[in-house]
Design a protein around this ligand. Structure first.
Ligand code: AVJ
Length: 310
């Protein structure tokens, strides 16, 4: 490969090149979300086995009154991630938010969700911020104190140390008097967890395999996608569901300007989804400089919705 191509590799190319060059191959989960991946994720959220989205949505509905009281009314709400068509309006209504500030790395996705929200909320001031919320950032001038919103158990994609760093940086960004409304998936029966990440309709498998297709599309990859299968396993010691792409036979291919080979059964680790008991979630809050002030879960403790104070 020429020098020019090496320099032309973007973030995704570098992550794939470096991740596949490790003894244990892995690619960060944030690269699932190209257009196709985002569509497949939307489909996942409606699957019967995938309880997080519907459970969290119901919690936002059922506890709207308490949320308004505890998370602060009439404030600016900063959402880390571009927002969901259902959950964001529920939180904005519960807190009677005056201003909405979605922060997302994908400018396109941000523009789309802002346009939809502006139509349905004519009086709302919307201030989109294109940027990486995993780094400390400067917000535009906003009336304080602020309320942060981090739904969906996105925190589960970070290992616990990185999660603490991220939540500390939210604390820093939001400042004194802030509240954080955060959804955190719970530890539960391994069978339920594995089913949620390996559904009968095969949508999660398609979501995982799309990462290989994305490499072929965007990074001159020659990966034989049919030689890979989706795996989802609960790792009890680490408290996480792991997703892998497992080679079913010996393969070699090029991607991001390098050659790679894999032996049968070798995997590319593509996602971690950490789960926290309700008590562990409160420890996570304290470890990152927040004071847990309320949480709700459903009757089966499938999902936790927490309010933390700065
Ligand atoms: C968007 C990271 C919360 O971990 O449950 C869903 C992503 N991966 N099915 C999760 C996902 C496979 C999801 N998060």
């Amino acid at each position: 490969m020429t020098q020019a191509t090496a320099e032309a590799l973007g973030d995704f190319g570098r992550a794939v090149r470096d991740g596949l060059s490790q003894a244990r191959k892995s690619i960060p989960a944030r690269y699932f979300y190209d257009l196709r991946g985002s569509e497949l994720f939307e489909e996942i959220t409606a699957l019967p086995e995938y309880y997080p989205t519907r459970t969290e949505t119901a919690l936002l509905r059922h506890h709207a009154g308490d949320l308004g009281r505890l998370a602060g009314r009439g404030r600016a709400v900063i959402e880390f991630g571009a927002g969901s068509a259902t959950k964001t309006p529920l939180l904005l209504a519960a807190t009677e938010a005056a201003t909405y500030v979605p922060v997302d790395i994908s400018g396109d996705f941000l523009a789309q969700s802002v346009a939809a929200l502006a139509r349905s909320h004519p009086g709302l001031r919307i201030v989109p911020v294109a940027g990486d919320f995993s780094r400390p950032m400067d917000l535009p001038a906003l009336p304080r104190p602020l309320t942060g919103f981090f739904p969906g158990s996105t925190i589960g994609n970070f290992d616990p140390r990185a999660a603490v760093d991220l939540l500390r940086s939210f604390r820093e960004t939001l400042g004194e008097g802030a509240r954080l409304v955060i959804g955190i998936d719970t530890r539960k029966n391994a069978r339920l967890l594995e089913a949620a990440y390996d559904d009968a309709a095969g949508v999660t498998a398609a979501f995982n395999l799309n990462l290989l297709e994305r490499i072929n599309r965007e990074l001159d990859g020659t990966i034989p996608v049919d030689a890979f299968e989706h795996r989802a396993v609960w790792n009890d010691g680490q408290g996480r569901v792991e997703m892998h792409l497992a080679a079913t036979r010996a393969v070699s291919f090029s991607a991001a300007g390098r050659r790679f080979s894999m032996h049968p059964g070798e995997t590319i680790h593509s996602e971690n989804s950490y789960k926290y008991s309700l008590a562990e979630a409160r420890l996570l809050a304290r470890a990152s400089g927040w004071e847990p002030i309320a949480f709700w879960s459903d009757a089966d403790d499938m999902f936790g919705l927490h309010v933390w104070a700065a």
